[in-house]
Ligand binder design. Structure first.
Ligand code: ATP
Length: 323
């Protein structure tokens, strides 16, 4: 794997590679379905002009329908101030999947392809615009952006975060030392989180979220933070959760991480599934696409993920997800 492949989306400083990880990719022993996502759509409405960057990134952006536009305009322009056009970002467009107990599913895709939005919708943090999510158990989203309170101490955040994840006060107290040890923040636990380095904050978020031992753990780039030792601890923790309960989703820009930790990979582009299959099937295709995408960006010719390319990859089935 080239260095470029390990940094597919160009925006993360990952030294994380296959070599950082001990052991082999987990072998799935699949159980019953724990998650069914049926034709999920998420549309964001944005006030303002069309966003070129969003369009470039692969999201589907269009002006809101005149009816919605006028309603929104009426709502926000009571002082008759012009607020500009209302655009819609169709971030997730008809995603369907069945995920079984014991699977670790990597979600890959270039920036803006809808990975985080999809996970947030599956975790119940944003409502689907259309479609549905059925989960057996409580999905918990663990991300470096998890909302903790910077003005409060690590200790208070552990309590609040634990309660928010559904633990009882007693359970949080029992797991408190484990969380602090895992996060490796020492005495800083007594200081406000705003005094933490970004690595310390990210480690604490990871430690809190994974202390809850959720049935479905969703990790959004959390492994991109911290040093090699912390990443190895995180990997082991995720593997433990996967063995115990179940099911792990991992959004990562590092193909090395996805290859090491995931048994299945879903590749999203412009909010749609391009491929869904075993890691060995999907990763090489995605790598080809990213190389081509980079060549296109630097002015060369490249293959795409248009309907034709998708049709080829999906064995002639056009836009329908595989698998
Ligand atoms: N709250 C929001 N309001 C409006 N648009 C949003 C919002 N959140 C995400 N989007 C848009 O939805 C699209 C998908 O974003 P998302 O963050 O899910 O992509 P991603 O694949 O996770 O990207 P990245 O790899 O950069 O994290 C993008 O065009 C983004 O700009």
């Amino acid at each position: 794997m080239t260095e470029a492949d390990a940094h597919l989306d160009l925006d993360l400083d990952l030294e994380f590679d296959r070599e950082d990880l001990d052991g082999e990719r987990p072998v799935p022993s699949l159980g019953s379905p724990v998650l069914v996502v049926d034709d999920l759509h998420v549309v964001f409405r944005v006030l303002g002009a069309k966003s070129k960057s969003a369009t470039d990134a692969g999201a589907h952006v269009q002006e809101a329908s005149p009816r919605r536009q006028s309603l929104l305009k009426r709502l926000v322009t009571s002082g008759s101030r012009h607020v500009g056009a209302v655009s819609e970002v169709h971030a997730v467009r008809g995603v369907s999947m069945v995920v079984r107990h014991g699977e670790s599913v990597g979600i890959v895709g270039v920036n803006g392809s809808g990975k985080s939005t999809m996970l947030r919708a599956i975790a119940g943090l944003i409502p689907p615009t259309e479609g549905s999510v059925h989960a057996a158990g409580e999905p918990a989203l663990l991300g470096v952006n998890a909302a903790l309170m910077p003005q409060l101490s690590g200790e208070r955040n552990i309590m609040i975060g634990g309660l928010a994840l559904g633990l009882t006060q007693k359970q949080v107290e029992e797991r408190y030392d484990e969380v602090v040890d895992f996060a490796d923040i020492g005495e800083f636990v007594n200081l406000p989180m705003k005094t933490y380095s970004s690595g310390m904050g990210a480690r604490l978020r990871f430690a809190i979220s994974s202390a809850a031992r959720p049935d479905i753990l969703m990790v959004d780039e959390a492994l991109a933070t911290g040093d090699a030792a912390f990443r190895e601890r995180s990997r082991a923790r995720i593997e433990e959760i996967r063995k115990d309960a179940g099911t792990v989703f991992l959004v990562s820009h590092s193909i090395g991480t996805v290859e090491a930790m995931c048994t299945r990979v879903i590749w999203l582009h412009q909010g749609k599934i391009v491929m869904d299959g075993s890691t060995d099937e999907v990763v090489p295709e995605y790598q080809k696409f990213v190389r081509a995408h980079k060549r296109t960006k630097s002015g060369g010719r490249a293959g795409g993920v248009g309907p034709r390319a998708r049709k080829k990859r999906n064995g002639g089935k056009g836009d329908k997800p595989v698998g």
